[in-house]
Design a protein. Structure first.
Length: 469
C-alpha cells in the first residue's frame, strides 16, 4: 500500500487497515465508506454483493488507487499479500430477503389505503395519480384530499377520477394545512393501514406490496419508508442530495433495478418520512395520529409521530427496494421549506432531546452503507445484470410455456413446490406477474400480491406494460 497506509488483516468478517490520509474504502470497484486517517475496522455482517467474493481497495479523494485491490472471501480469514480468488468484481446477487409474514398475521392484517394530500402543483399531481393508478391494485383505496387548492387545474384533474370505485376524493372547504389533511385521510381510511404519499411523487412497480410485506415481516415495525432520488436522509445513493437516475434508464427502469437488486436492505432510523411512508393502523391506535397543532404545515409531523411510536416499542425501517421519485417542495418552494423545517426541528428538540443523536447514530449503519453501495453499482452500470437489457419486468412461468415475447420481460421458471416456498421465491425474485394454470400456484402468488394470468392474459399484460413504459 502506498505511503504509510496498509492493510492490517481480514478475519473473515472484520477488515482492519491503517490509513494515513483521508480516503475511501471501495468494494468491488464502488465506494463503500469514507475513511479518516488512523486505524480502522469495519465488520461485515453479510457480504454486500450477495456472494462470498469481496474485492477491497483504497482510493484517494481524486479516485486514484492508493493500493492494489485485495481479493478475499467472506467467512474465510486471509493474510494480505495474496489474493484468494482472481478476476473482476462479481455481479450483484440477491441478499437474504426478509421473512414472509406468518400466515396467521398475514390473514388478519388490515388492507392498505393510500392518502394523498393535494395543494396546487397540477403537473405533479397528474403525474402522481397516473403512476399511482398504474402501479397500485384496484382493490387498494386511494384517498385524494384537495386542501382547497387555488389553482383551478386541480379540480379538472380530480374530475377525471370521480367515477373510479377505488378512488375517494375530498375537497376541503378551506385550507386546513398539510397535517390536518393527512389526519382527515387517515380517518377516512377507517381501520386500514395507511400510506402517506406526497402529491409530488411517482411510485413504481410493486411499490405497495413490498412496503406492506416489509411492514409485516416483524411485529415491531411501525413504519416503512421508501427510498428516493430526492428525499433528504432517504435519498439514495447519496444522503441529502438530489440523486438523478441514470440517463440510460427511464424512471420505471430505475425503480425495477432497485426492486430486483435491493431487497433485503432494511436500514433502521428513528423516523420515517411522509413523502412515502407506510404506517400500520396499530401504530395509530397506540399513539394517535399526526400533531396538526404543533406541525400544521408538516415538516416534523412524521418525526414526532415516529418518536412517540418508538417510545411505545415500534421501530422504523427503510425499504431499499422501493424507489419513489420525489420533486420535493413543489407546493411550498425551497425558502419556505427551510423555514418550516427549522420551526419543526425546534419542537422536536424540545420534545425529544436525544432525537438528533439517535439520527446520527443510525444514519450510517452498515445496512445503510450496503444499500447505498448496491445502488451505486446499479447506477454506475457495474452490477453485472443490465448491460444487455435495461431492467425489465420479471414474470414467473409455472407449469407452462411462456406465452409472450421474451425481449419484453425477463422470464423465470418456477416449480410449483409447497406454497410457502413458492411465495418466498416469488418475493425474493421480485416477480411482477405469473403465468400458470395451476390453482395452488395461483393461490400462492395471489397471497403475496402477484397477479396471475393464463396464456392469453399474460400476453396482454406484457403488451400493456411495454406500451406504457
Amino acid at each position: 500500500m502506498t505511503r504509510d497506509s496498509r492493510w492490517l488483516g481480514w478475519d473473515g468478517r472484520v477488515l482492519r487497515l491503517q490509513a494515513d490520509v483521508p480516503c475511501s474504502l471501495h468494494l468491488d470497484g464502488a465506494p463503500f465508506e469514507p475513511l479518516v486517517p488512523g486505524d480502522f475496522a469495519r465488520e461485515f455482517a453479510v457480504a454486500p454483493g450477495g456472494g462470498v467474493e469481496l474485492m477491497f481497495s483504497l482510493c484517494d479523494a481524486d479516485g486514484s488507487d492508493l493500493a492494489p485491490p485485495w481479493r478475499v472471501r467472506f467467512g474465510e480469514p486471509a493474510q494480505f499479500g495474496a489474493d484468494v480468488w482472481r478476476g473482476d468484481a462479481r455481479a450483484l446477487r440477491p441478499l437474504a430477503d426478509l421473512p414472509l409474514p406468518a400466515p396467521d398475521i398475514w390473514r388478519t392484517a388490515p388492507p392498505a389505503a393510500i392518502v394523498v394530500p393535494i395543494y396546487n402543483s397540477p403537473q405533479c399531481v397528474q403525474r402522481c395519480i397516473t403512476a399511482l393508478s398504474r402501479h397500485t391494485p384496484l382493490a387498494r383505496r386511494k384517498i385524494l384530499i384537495d386542501d382547497a387548492s387555488t389553482d383551478p387545474a386541480i379540480a379538472g384533474i380530480l374530475r377525471q377520477y370521480t367515477n373510479r370505485p377505488d378512488i375517494l376524493i375530498r375537497r376541503n372547504a378551506r385550507n386546513l394545512g398539510y397535517t390536518a389533511s393527512c389526519n382527515l385521510g387517515i380517518a377516512l381510511a377507517g381501520k386500514a393501514d395507511v400510506v402517506l404519499l406526497n402529491s409530488d411523487t411517482q411510485v413504481g412497480p410493486r411499490w405497495l406490496e413490498r412496503l406492506r410485506l416489509t411492514a409485516y415481516s416483524d411485529a415491531r415495525i411501525g413504519t416503512v419508508t421508501a427510498v428516493s432520488d430526492n428525499a433528504g436522509a432517504f435519498s439514495v445513493p447519496e444522503f441529502e442530495r438530489h440523486c438523478p437516475i441514470p440517463g440510460r434508464w427511464t424512471l420505471e427502469q430505475a425503480q425495477r433495478a432497485l426492486l430486483q437488486q435491493c431487497g433485503g436492505c432494511l436500514p433502521q432510523l428513528p423516523t420515517g418520512n411522509g413523502f412515502c411512508m407506510f404506517v400500520k393502523r396499530g401504530l395509530f391506535d397506540a399513539v394517535g395520529t399526526l400533531d396538526a397543532a404543533a406541525f400544521p404545515a408538516g415538516y416534523g409531523e412524521e418525526n414526532d409521530l415516529c418518536q412517540r411510536a418508538e417510545r411505545a416499542g415500534f421501530t422504523h425501517v427503510i425499504a431499499g427496494d422501493v424507489l419513489v421519485q420525489h420533486e420535493r417542495s413543489a407546493s411550498f418552494g425551497e425558502a419556505r421549506r427551510a423555514t418550516l423545517g427549522a420551526q419543526g426541528m425546534a419542537v422536536l428538540r424540545e420534545r425529544f432531546p436525544d432525537y438528533e443523536a439517535k439520527v446520527g447514530a443510525t444514519l450510517w449503519s452498515f445496512e445503510r452503507r450496503v444499500l447505498d453501495w448496491r445502488v451505486r453499482r446499479l447506477y454506475a452500470g457495474t452490477d453485472g445484470h443490465y448491460a444487455a437489457h435495461p431492467p425489465r419486468p420479471r414474470i414467473a412461468v409455472i407449469d407452462a410455456e411462456a406465452a409472450f415475447e421474451s425481449d419484453a420481460a425477463e422470464i423465470l421458471h418456477a416449480e410449483p413446490s409447497d406454497p410457502v416456498a413458492l411465495r418466498a421465491w416469488l418475493v425474493r425474485h421480485a416477480i411482477e406477474a405469473a403465468q400458470t394454470a395451476n390453482p395452488a400456484a395461483a393461490h400462492a402468488a395471489a397471497r403475496v400480491g402477484v397477479p396471475v394470468f393464463d396464456a392469453a392474459g399474460i400476453a396482454g399484460w406484457v403488451a400493456n406494460t411495454r406500451r406504457l413504459a
